[in-house]
Write a protein that binds this ligand. Structure first.
Ligand code: FPP
Length: 254
């Protein structure tokens, strides 16, 4: 079953969770779960594009994930480098622009260079967008944005005493990207884990019990259908929405 093409989310963000449990259930080392997780990443990038969803953000490595055992961190960085080396030509072939969010300059040189290459090689594409959240945390993002905004005020590029979300959000890592419409978390956990807290202010959330390595295009389609059944009200009443009153961007982004 394919979801209806009307009312598709423009931007889907995914917390890919459950790789470790998937491996444990099979008596395998955790890294095997991450390896299978990479195959799911490839399948879901294709499935998202096939559905007509223009932006996909994947939470691939959080700012907190550095605290995992050193061999797991190093294996994840190796998988990222391997993924980029193999996948950049596929992104180019499919006209997918790669974006990154997070403190990329703190990543090891190997994956960082592959990322820089892939971002530069795809920067002219506009139709499809893949956003990798790497060394990402919402609180760090907000702190970095506040510093950058304060520096802009000091430099006279922003006016002191004036505040709006439209202006401030230009200092987030996600500047220029639309907010997620649909946030999916796999593996049955129902928390946001410091992921896009501001950007998901109006996102619909779907929590799937399926572990990430087992997540398929059918589960993605089911989450999109669930999204299509929801009524997004942005602070208006159900009656206003039924009468066709559209929420204004000015009210949402005050
Ligand atoms: C959460 O599962 C997953 C991660 C911390 C890493 C996600 C990484 C990948 C899917 C592979 C690398 C990605 C790319 C884009 C190349 P978990 O380990 O916390 O699982 P658990 O909760 O079952 O232990």
């Amino acid at each position: 079953m394919q979801p209806a093409s009307a009312n598709l989310p423009q931007h889907v963000a995914i917390i890919m969770d459950g790789n470790g449990r998937w491996a444990k259930q099979r008596g395998l080392p955790r890294i095997e779960g991450h390896r299978r997780g990479v195959e799911t990443v490839r399948a879901i990038i294709d499935a998202t594009r096939a559905l007509g969803i223009r932006y996909l953000t994947l939470y691939a490595f959080s700012a907190e994930n550095w605290q995992r055992p050193a061999d797991e961190v190093s294996a994840l960085m190796g998988l990222l480098e391997y993924f980029l080396r193999r996948e950049t030509k596929v992104l180019i072939k499919n006209h997918v622009r790669l974006h990154t969010i997070g403190r990329i300059d703190e990543l090891p040189a190997g994956p960082r260079k592959e990322l820089q290459h892939a971002v530069a090689a795809t920067r002219h594409f506009t139709d499809w967008n893949l956003v990798l959240a790497l060394n990402y945390g919402s609180r760090t993002e907000l702190a970095d944005a506040a510093c950058a905004y304060a520096a802009a005020v000091v430099a006279g590029r922003e006016k002191p005493g004036e505040s709006s979300w439209t202006t401030f959000s230009r200092y987030l890592y996600t500047a220029g990207l639309p907010d997620p419409d649909l946030l999916i978390r796999t593996s049955g956990e129902t928390r946001l884990s410091n992921f896009l807290l501001m950007q998901c202010a109006y996102a619909e959330m779907v929590f799937s019990p399926v572990l990430w390595p087992d997540f398929t295009k059918a589960e993605l389609a089911a989450a999109v259908e669930e999204y299509q059944r929801r009524e997004r009200r942005y602070g208006l009443t159900a009656e206003q929405i039924k009468a066709g009153t559209a929420p204004t961007a000015a009210a949402i982004n005050r």
